[in-house]
Design a protein. Structure first.
Length: 70
């Protein structure tokens, strides 16, 4: 999963890097396509980061079963 996070991060950075030249030489719609691609790749990176990390169980402060003195 870590490899996918790195790949999505690199692809997102490349899309951001290609945004300005595409907007100058081609058309601003191509720049928008690259921006949307960067957003999609960044979302994939965050998704795989959340998926690979173990979830910690948080204590509920409203639950009185945790701190009940016997």
């Amino acid at each position: 999963m870590k490899v996918l996070r790195i790949v999505f991060c690199i692809l997102s950075c490349l899309c951001v890097l290609a945004c300005v030249p595409a907007g100058i030489w081609l058309d601003w719609t191509w720049a928008l396509v690259f921006v949307l691609g960067a957003v999609c790749f960044a979302a994939g990176m965050v998704y795989f980061k959340k998926k690979s990390e173990p979830k910690e169980k948080k204590r509920d402060f409203m639950d009185d079963d945790n701190d009940r003195p016997d």
